[in-house]
Design a protein around this ligand. Structure first.
Ligand code: SF4
Ligand code: SF4
Length: 408
């Protein structure tokens, strides 16, 4: 695609990056078939190609309106279009730039700005989120059904082994995950402990920054990224093998620290090393699979499981098909899930900011997951887990918990 970016953006780092991405697009439209919002709304402007046109026009200096912002806001950043695109268009990076520019040009009404500030604060502050969740769980029986469904169920942690092995890996605890499902990182610690690997947390590490990024709070997102780099750096220098991440949404963000901080002389090199050390738990377990067989229980696994592959796992981290063989080898029967490439509608803060589209995607996803009559649902991202729970009576757990249950 030919481009002629406006002088105010052309030679900036954002302009150079956006230009290179835009030029790769050949308008073929293959991406339309896998875009969840195009599937729901049928409007070209709610498709990847339509959004690319809107961003191109904006960056070439055409007037920007709330309409441009609406179509970019409706994008889930699921990156299914990246997986489909034969030309390698990095839509995720382009839409990050597009959203930042549109929010500078158009702004948001004061109420919407306040909502985003409060959400950013509540979701990234572990203490405040834990308090709100505790109150929600306490009051669940008095809440209207539609609201009560949205309060995540309790997932008690169980035992978490203390570090004792020479092999050490860091773990990203996350911001909302320790409150919603402490069971996930505890199960991860137990599984890795059996494999001779100890997990250690860096107490100063916090939110990965993805929530702030989704909420136009780019400055806060960069603050979180730098704080995490500072917290992990000395431990990587001291020999920690990797940074294990059990939420694929956070994993996608940490994998991009090197990209986001590449122009910061104080952080570029360290951030690139942090990104290179980041591993989704499915990558860690795949590499250790040789040691798992001897640790599995001999009695057969009974539940039939439907696996929901989060967009961040398959399209963000580009790790499709890593979890399923692990669960099968652990003895689980996996059911067929139609349209497995489609988003469940969670997508960071999307379920709060675009509730109607999110609800429609959730119903669509739950129908697909339940079509094989599974006993339980497994997934790989805390946002998807909590969102799916609000739409199905079936138990929903992280897949590492299923593996933990099968190990001696
Ligand atoms: S990121 Fe997802 S929702 Fe956004 S344009 Fe691409 S496929 Fe559509
Ligand atoms: S598939 Fe890729 S090249 Fe084709 S229209 Fe979509 S983004 Fe452009």
């Amino acid at each position: 695609m030919e481009t002629r970016l406006a002088v105010w953006i052309k030679d900036t780092p954002q302009g150079v990056e956006a230009d290179a991405i835009l030029r790769k697009c050949v308008h073929c439209g293959f991406c339309l078939a896998t875009c969840p919002t195009y599937g729901l709304l049928g409007d070209e402007l709610d498709s990847p190609r339509g959004r690319i046109y809107l961003m191109k026009q904006m960056l070439e200096g055409a007037p920007v309106t709330e309409r441009t912002q609406l179509h970019l806001d409706r994008c889930l950043t699921c990156r299914a279009c990246e997986t489909t695109c034969p030309s390698g268009v990095e839509f995720g990076h382009l839409v990050d730039i597009g959203r930042e520019v549109v929010s500078q040009k158009v702004g948001r009404p004061p109420v919407e700005r306040l909502r985003r500030v409060l959400l950013n604060f509540a979701l990234t502050s572990r203490g405040l989120f834990a308090l709100s969740l505790g109150l929600g769980r306490f009051a669940r029986s008095w809440l209207p059904k539609s609201l009560a469904r949205k309060v995540p169920r309790a997932h008690p942690a169980g035992e978490r082994p203390a570090p004792r092995h020479a092999r050490r890996m860091l773990i990203l605890e996350g911001c909302v995950q320790p409150s919603i499902a402490p069971s996930i990182n505890a199960a991860t610690a137990r599984v890795l402990d059996r494999l001779g690997i100890s997990l250690e947390a860096a107490p100063a590490a916090g939110c990965c920054g993805a929530v702030s990024f989704h909420l136009d709070r780019t400055g806060d997102a960069f603050g979180f990224m730098k704080a995490n780099v500072d917290a992990w750096w000395p431990r990587l220098e001291a020999g920690a093998e990797a940074i294990v991440i059990t939420a694929s949404g956070c994993g996608t963000m940490v994998h991009e620290y090197g990209h986001h901080l590449r122009h910061d002389p104080a952080y570029a090199a360290k951030a690139a090393r942090v990104s290179a050390a980041a591993r989704d738990i499915s990558e860690v377990i795949s590499a250790e699979r040789g040691g798992i067989a001897a640790l599995l229980r001999s009695e057969p696994a009974t539940p039939k499981v439907a696996f929901h592959a989060p967009c961040s796992l398959q399209h963000g981290l580009k790790l499709p098909g890593t979890v399923e063989p692990i669960l099968r080898e652990a003895g689980y029967t996996l059911t067929h899930v139609p349209d497995a490439h489609l988003c469940c509608g969670s997508a960071g803060t999307y379920s709060i900011l675009q509730p109607e589209l999110s609800r429609r995607l959730l119903h669509q996803k739950v129908r697909a997951l339940e079509s094989g009559r599974p006993d339980a649902i497994a997934t790989a991202n805390i946002g998807c887990l909590a969102h799916l729970e609000s739409g199905t009576p079936k138990p929903v757990q992280h897949w590492i918990e299923f593996l933990d249950e099968r190990m001696k």
